[in-house]
Write a protein that binds this ligand. Structure first.
Ligand code: ATP
Length: 306
């Protein structure tokens, strides 16, 4: 097997999650009191880089933060897990991205994301990070940073022979050039339905097969506690169960899953084996509160389902 400098390089977002609990949300023009503000490191890109590093991967992150306190906090969290930050740039003229999150009495989230510095990540940044992207076995993307940066980085990875994993979150249209390079495309049911452009909810195997026919080299559809469906090329889709987990907070389960999948693919696992491992990481992440705070080390993974 070819040797790579990096298992996983993530090109993606870095956000501070600002969380307030409320009894009810304010109507327009109204003010309500909430709980104390909690500030957590987040952003799908940063989450996936941290999750991959915590599982023992050599991980790097290409992204942007502002020149402010949130940027410092996020850098600190990433560095604590050993993520390489040589290409985490500081943007002087935009604040660090934030997610404003209100949590209602039933644990239901309402979220506003202000992209800030994430929106400044561009193809020039990809050119500057070219050596790192080209030295990664797997390059992982989500859609919380501008599409031109994602497309440019996927091109660099493809030319270098790296494997491209795209988590279509938040769901948005992507060009065929990107879609056809995904191996796999990782979506939950909502994102899968979005991409197929019609209401195809129902049998997740049919959903995965339809997606696999639409361009990606392989597709993984995540189904929460119900596990995953993997469609690898033209092969019949395979359903993989998740370990049973007492769910405390499902935030970040998708990021833990995708990061673990990328890591095992980088280490040479076939897609199905990588998905089995990733389901254990996703299940581990729902057992603790928060996103990055819930990501497991290898010895915290639950055993595979019997
Ligand atoms: P999120 O956006 O909340 O991070 P997602 O919708 O992208 O998540 P999910 O399908 O909810 O992704 O979760 C990803 C994977 O994590 C699942 O395929 C499964 O393997 C695991 N998982 C999630 N929730 C549970 C659960 N309650 N019990 C066991 N495993 C779970």
């Amino acid at each position: 097997m070819r040797s790579w400098d990096w298992d996983v390089v993530v090109v993606g977002s870095v956000n501070a999650d600002l969380v307030v609990g409320v009894d009810r949300r304010p109507a327009p023009g109204e003010t309500v009191l909430g709980s104390d503000l909690a500030t957590h490191p987040g952003g799908k890109g940063a989450n996936q880089a941290v999750a991959a590093a915590r599982l023992g991967g050599r991980a790097g992150l290409v992204g942007r933060v502002g020149d402010d306190g949130h940027g410092e906090l996020l850098r600190g969290a990433l560095a604590a897990d050993g993520v390489d930050l040589a290409h985490l740039l500081t943007t002087p003229d935009a604040p660090t991205g934030v997610a404003l999150i209100t949590v209602g009495p039933d644990g239901d989230n309402s979220i506003i994301v202000s992209p800030g510095a994430n929106a400044r990540l561009g193809p020039d940044d990809v050119t500057a990070a070219r050596a790192m992207i080209a030295a990664a076995s797997v390059v992982s993307f989500q859609l919380e940073v501008p599409l031109p940066a994602v497309v440019a980085a996927a091109r660099v990875a493809a030319e270098a022979g790296g494997r491209i994993v795209l988590n279509l979150s938040p769901p948005a249209p992507v060009p065929d050039e990107l879609l056809t390079r995904c191996d796999p495309l990782v979506v939950n049911e909502h994102e899968a339905t979005y991409l197929l452009g019609e209401d195809r909810a129902g049998d997740p195997r049919a959903l995965a097969a339809a997606l696999a026919r639409s361009g990606p080299r392989s597709v993984v559809v995540t189904l929460g506690a119900d596990g995953v469906v993997v469609a690898d090329g033209a092969a019949a889709p395979v359903r993989i169960p998740s370990p049973r987990a007492e769910a405390v907070d499902t935030t970040g389960a998708g990021d833990a899953f995708t990061a673990a999948l990328c890591l095992r693919l980088a280490r040479g696992d076939p897609l199905l084996d990588a998905a089995r491992y990733a389901a254990r990481a996703g299940a581990a992440a729902v057992r603790k509160a928060g996103a990055q705070s819930s990501f497991p080390t290898p010895d915290e993974l639950p055993p595979p389902p019997a």
